[in-house]
Design a protein. Structure first.
Length: 109
């Protein structure tokens, strides 16, 4: 697992879910809105089931309960975990990394 990656090296964020379209879809839309509000237009947010995350993913955002699944599918990805589907500080920190051009850091185990 990678510990960090420069935001400037990322053009796609995968938000992984269990399989449903409910809470995780709200998270996807919230993250897209936060990026748009921050005027970050060079990044695409994709919504995928955790078991379908490609091995070459660079950054994957996932609920902490599915982090192990994602790390198994994409062992070199920076995995950012969250606890709450909306308004989790992990989403704000991720957007801020793009604003600052700083590092996106993996979280949680």
């Amino acid at each position: 697992m990678a510990n960090s990656i420069l935001a400037t090296d990322v053009n796609t964020i995968i938000l992984a879910c269990e399989a449903g379209m409910g809470s995780s879809l709200m998270s996807v839309n919230s993250l897209k809105k936060k990026l748009k509000k921050a005027k970050i237009t060079s990044v695409t947010v994709k919504h995928l089931p955790a078991r379908e995350v490609p091995a070459n993913a660079k950054v994957v955002v996932v609920h902490k309960g599915l982090a192990k699944v994602v790390r198994g599918k994409a062992p070199e990805a920076v995995v950012v975990t969250f606890n709450h589907f909306l308004n989790d500080p992990a989403f704000d920190a991720l957007v801020q990394a793009f604003v600052d051009g700083s590092e996106i850091t993996a979280s949680g185990e």
